[in-house]
Design a protein around this ligand. Structure first.
Ligand SMILES: *[C@@H]1O[C@H](CO)[C@@H](O)[C@H](O)[C@H]1NC(C)=O
Ligand SMILES: *[C@@H]1O[C@H](CO)[C@@H](O)[C@H](O)[C@H]1NC(C)=O
Ligand SMILES: *[C@@H]1O[C@H](CO)[C@@H](O)[C@H](O)[C@H]1NC(C)=O
Ligand SMILES: *[C@@H]1O[C@H](CO)[C@@H](O)[C@H](O)[C@H]1NC(C)=O
Ligand SMILES: *[C@@H]1O[C@H](CO)[C@@H](O)[C@H](O)[C@H]1NC(C)=O
Ligand SMILES: *[C@@H]1O[C@H](CO)[C@@H](O)[C@H](O)[C@H]1NC(C)=O
Ligand SMILES: *[C@@H]1O[C@H](CO)[C@@H](O)[C@H](O)[C@H]1NC(C)=O
Length: 509
């Protein structure tokens, strides 16, 4: 096209050159370059462009693009070597207009008004590049840039948006997003709509300016019984800020936060009314859909008489409540049992580790529903049992050995489990003939444990004043010491489970 045009023009000039020379015609051309005068490339307004009278030998005007720079002038003085584009014409001031015709046009601005949708027509790009793009670079509500990708006067942010047809960077930097606003504490219908199966209809509308790459969004806050929907720029309360994990956002379309909450399903039962599974085996109670649209959570409640009630929505107000919780994290979340654990410490009772006489133990009611029961041994040798919680758990740095289990009272039995079993008898109340007929019992931890592991042995000796055998564990240092003091019949030691049942036979020998 270009080639054919200039060929044609040249041809005409050649044909007419003889008469031009004779009449001494001169020609006037626009004269500029886009380095010193931006308008040379970009202006559509001819009155901004200077012009020159060409020497009589030059009867053509030229427009050319060399290294992305635009030149206009008389053909004899206008650079065109290595031009990507070049065009000549032979009438006064004919080298006018945007050149080449396909030069990219973009909206270009950097001032405060740049944020809103630009007025007028897009401007040609200063530098001509074969492939160019328009950009929209939104830094904040007050800092917005538009221009050509080929511009060199602006450093683009990573978030800049590019597009590739004339004037395509025309969008307002701030769209609008409409959201539903409602608060279940203030009005009904915020959780679920009674009439429409998919979306709520009872809400106020709120509208936000939306930077194209900004952070505003419609949100849904769901925290057990409390549901709030709204615009993120104004409806995030302190309660919501503290529970950001319970917020979901959307920006994809107006009222995108109006979806009905799913129907809540909970266990619904009461052991006071005869359903004992409600407290002992809640997982065997089948869940059912809550009747009320306003039920977005489940509850479980234990009374001081240890009866348990489970149901939908908020827990009823009663003044004989022992423990209770509310939840919404999944269907039948209120099946989680109330847990009781054995509680003791070897600091106040040696039997806390050996579990020989569990009758002394305290029972702890775990505050966290579904908590594990624990037995933990600490660096200082103390063993404790109780409910797992923030202050008592297996990950404490002071714990050296730890065992956790699920279910009420599961933290029973000897701990550590690997212990030597010995017959322990011989006192007034502890007749050996009965004890020998039963299984041997685990030995207590020695006071020296865990420093040297204690002495893992059973002993027996014949107590002459009492005239009977006394049996026990070497880890019981008081008794072991007495055994060691025996000189006549001696102190017999052995180290397998229940091995200290030989003495009566020895004595009668
Ligand atoms: C063209 O430029 C001249 C000089 O800068 C200005 O006075 C005039 O208003 C402009 N015309 C248009 C249509 O922009
Ligand atoms: C870059 O230059 C163009 C033309 O002078 C101007 O319209 C635009 O606002 C400038 N952009 C920036 C970011 O300064
Ligand atoms: C979006 O949030 C991020 C992080 O909070 C912030 O750095 C950025 O400036 C925000 N963008 C806008 C457009 O407000
Ligand atoms: C939801 O939007 C809020 C407000 O812009 C923001 O603080 C929060 O991090 C977003 N949450 C998610 C999950 O994107
Ligand atoms: C209904 O809610 C869904 C999910 O929240 C949302 O994507 C959709 O746009 C809403 N429909 C209408 C008609 O508002
Ligand atoms: C264990 O106890 C420590 C110290 O009290 C606490 O920081 C941590 O959160 C607890 N871990 C668990 C799982 O409760
Ligand atoms: C040691 O044995 C005596 C006598 O059988 C008993 O009373 C005492 O509780 C035992 N000590 C420990 C730590 O078990």
């Amino acid at each position: 096209m270009e080639f054919r045009d200039s060929f044609f023009v040249t041809l005409v000039i050649l044909l007419t050159s003889t008469s031009s020379k004779i009449l001494c015609y001169a020609i006037v051309c626009y004269k500029c370059d886009s380095i010193s005068l931006e308008a040379c490339a970009t202006s559509l307004n001819v009155t901004e462009l200077p012009y020159e009278n060409c020497p009589s030998a030059s009867l053509q005007c030229t427009m050319s693009i060399v290294d992305s720079i635009t030149y206009r002038g008389c053909s004899s003085t206008t650079p065109s070597i290595g031009a990507t584009y070049s065009k000549k014409c032979n009438t006064n001031l004919c080298n006018v207009g945007v050149y080449p015709p396909g030069r990219m046009k973009c909206y270009q601005c950097s001032d405060v008004s740049c944020a809103s949708s630009p007025q007028g027509i897009p401007h040609p790009c200063l530098y001509h590049q074969e492939v160019d793009q328009c950009y929209l670079d939104i830094r904040s509500a007050t800092e917005v840039y538009r221009g050509c990708r080929s511009d060199t006067n602006h450093t683009m942010a990573n978030t800049a948006i590019y597009c590739d047809y004339n004037g395509c960077n025309e969008d307002s930097a701030f769209g609008k997003l409409k959201c539903a606003y409602c608060d279940s504490k203030l009005s009904l219908g915020c959780k679920r709509d009674l009439m429409t199966p998919s979306n709520i209809t009872q809400f106020e509308m709120c509208e936000m300016d939306m930077p194209l790459n900004g952070n505003n969004s419609c949100f849904l806050y769901r925290n057990v019984d409390h549901v709030v929907r709204g615009c993120s720029d104004r409806h995030i309360t302190n309660e919501i800020k503290l529970n950001m994990k319970r917020v979901t956002n959307c920006t994809n379309k107006d009222f995108c936060n109006t979806g009905n909450l799913p129907l809540q399903q909970c266990l619904q039962c009461n052991s006071e009314l005869g359903n004992d599974n409600c407290r002992y085996l809640p997982t065997s109670v089948s869940k059912s859909v809550c009747g009320a649209a306003e039920a977005s959570s489940c509850y479980a409640q234990e009374f001081v008489n240890w009866h348990v009630q489970r149901g939908c929505a908020r827990a009823p107000q009663r003044n004989d409540v022992n423990r209770q919780y509310e939840c919404d994290d999944r269907d039948d979340c209120n099946a989680t049992p109330f847990i009781r654990c054995y509680k003791c410490s070897t600091e106040s009772n040696k039997d806390c580790g050996t579990w020989q006489k569990p009758g002394f133990l305290q029972i702890e009611e775990c505050q966290q529903q579904g908590a594990n029961c624990l037995i933990a041994k600490f660096k200082n040798g103390v063993t404790e049992r109780g409910c797992e919680n923030e202050h008592f758990n297996c990950s404490l740095s002071t714990v050296v050995d730890c065992q956790q289990c699920q279910g009420s009272f599961c933290n029973r039995n000897t701990y550590p489990t690997a212990r030597l079993l010995c017959y322990q008898c011989g006192s007034e109340s502890n007749d050996c003939s009965k004890v020998l007929a039963q299984v041997p019992l685990p030995c207590p931890q020695s006071e020296l444990e865990p420093v040297n592991g204690g002495k893992s042995e059973c002993f027996e000796y014949f107590n002459n004043p009492l005239n009977r055998a006394v049996r026990g564990c070497a880890s019981n240092s008081t008794e072991y010491y007495r055994c060691m003091l025996q000189s006549k019949s001696g102190c017999r030691l052995c180290s397998t489970d229940g091995c200290n049942n030989q003495m009566s036979r020895l004595a009668s020998d």
